[in-house]
Design a protein around this ligand. Structure first.
Ligand code: ADP
Length: 430
């Protein structure tokens, strides 16, 4: 551990890598030259403050950085795969230009690879490079573990109106150029991995894809800029069905595989006859860090907190509201972890995975995250899982005597809708 301020000089195409624990803070300033964090350029003499993060500061032309605070790891790396990432971006940019000229559709890129291969980092780089050239692709997040756009346990999509912030990364709600709110499209999944409930996962990617395509129909600029789809480490041959489903429903044009030879070779074989889909292999960066369970849990807790409270750069003030048991309709996904033998006769496991059961409000809800569904009372309640999310609330108190729950919400007033879905994620407000 070191706490004093240090100056590092990066030669062209070198990268400074730092890791900061959750309990520490490190401050980075660009003193001279140019540098970027996952494709987002750093502004000179600006303070970037990191905590609980692992980042790479890359410089194409060389720079001087000042680092202050406690980093658990900090070093300069000479070898990076940034050239190959830039080449991929250049090819995508050409496709966007061609799509603009022909009024067609831009590239749809599916990023695959094991967990901790650098998939999210590559997605950010591709998005940021596109935004820097005035293209605004839609980012689709099919990794429910972290909740990069919205909340852990969701599948979501959002147009990239701005660069991904070097510190705050994606923020849940952005403003577009006209100042209009651009909330992400979001579906409740409720679990951390696609394998936790594959049937529901597949149903939701289909729903998300049709919602994205509906948007693209009317949004020419996004259609021409295309999609970047990040995924959550789906490499097991048993889950290739999920990959195939993604390719089909999103009309993927390029599959990018990071750091996994077998997956690359299998995908190559699967799509060898498809002239519309190219399969590309890219090297995993030596800087990508394996994140243990504890790190991931802390990152999830931070993402939940950020949804309600924002970040140091952009703080929100959430509101508390009381809701009566009688006004709530709360559902949870039928026990997807129940073995088939434990299911009622005649109900096969796959069916139950996409069925919801109503649940009575009570102490079990304390510290839970509830998804507020867009379903309204005129719609069929069995379709709740297929309805998009309009937001999330946190259950901060349950009063059995008064039959009420207290919820924390980013917007003031009563709950905008009464249909709620219970997520498997819990959070302790501290
Ligand atoms: P994946 O999406 O495949 O699970 P990530 O892109 O999230 O992997 O990378 C895993 C971790 O490594 C993240 O914390 C990320 O910030 C970090 N990381 C990625 N690339 C680098 C790099 N070149 N230098 C330092 N840290 C990196």
């Amino acid at each position: 551990m070191t706490d004093e301020s240090k100056t590092y000089t990066l030669l062209p195409e070198q990268e400074f890598r730092l890791e900061v624990d959750f309990a520490s803070t490190a401050i980075v300033q660009l003193k001279s030259g140019t540098a970027e964090i996952f494709g987002a350029e750093l502004a000179p003499a600006t303070i970037y403050s990191f905590s609980g993060q692992k980042v790479a500061i890359f410089s194409w032309h060389g720079c001087t950085l000042e680092i202050q605070g406690a980093c658990s790891v900090q070093y300069v790396a000479e070898e990076t795969p940034m050239h190959s990432y830039l080449n991929l971006h250049t090819a995508l940019a050409q496709q966007r230009t061609a799509a603009t000229a022909s009024q067609g559709s831009g590239p749809v890129v599916l990023v695959l690879g094991p967990t901790d291969a650098g998939k999210s980092s590559l997605s950010k780089i591709l998005l940021n490079y596109a935004v820097r050239q005035q293209h605004h692709p839609i980012f689709v997040n099919l990794d429910p573990a972290e909740g990069s756009i919205a909340m852990p346990g969701t599948l979501s999509a959002a147009p990239m109106l701005h660069l991904v912030d070097p510190v705050d990364e994606f923020s849940a709600i952005g403003l577009d150029k006209t100042g209009e709110m651009a909330a992400p499209l979001c579906f409740h999944y409720g679990f951390a991995a696609s394998g936790d409930n594959p049937k529901l996962f597949r149903l939701l990617i289909t729903k998300l894809a049709s919602a994205v395509h509906a948007r693209l129909k009317h949004d020419t600029a996004s259609r021409q800029a295309g999609l970047i789809i990040d995924t959550g480490g789906t490499i097991d041959p048993n889950s290739y069905d999920i990959i195939k489903e993604c390719v089909d429903v999103f009309n993927v044009t390029a599959i990018v595989i990071l750091g996994h030879e077998r997956l690359y070779s299998d995908m190559n074989r699967l799509y060898t006859n498809s002239s519309a889909i190219s399969v590309v292999k890219l090297a995993k960066s030596g800087g990508v860090v394996n994140r243990d369970k504890d790190y991931l849990r802390q990152a999830q807790q931070r993402a939940i907190k950020k949804y309600f409270y924002g970040s140091a750069q952009c703080e929100y003030s959430p509101f508390s509201a009381i809701a009566w048991y009688q006004d709530l309709k709360i559902y949870r996904v039928e026990d997807s972890i129940a073995p088939t033998s434990a299911l009622p006769l005649g109900l096969d496991r796959k069916v139950s995975e996409t069925q919801t059961v109503p649940m009575d409000p009570g102490p079990i809800l304390l510290h839970s995250i509830l998804t507020v569904s867009s379903l309204d009372s005129t719609e069929d309640e069995s379709k709740i899982l297929e309805s998009s999310a309009i937001g999330f609330v946190y259950v901060s108190a349950v009063n059995e005597r008064k039959s009420t729950i207290t919820v924390l919400s980013p917007i003031p007033g009563r709950l905008p809708r009464k249909y709620l879905l219970l997520s498997s994620f819990k959070w302790m407000e501290m």
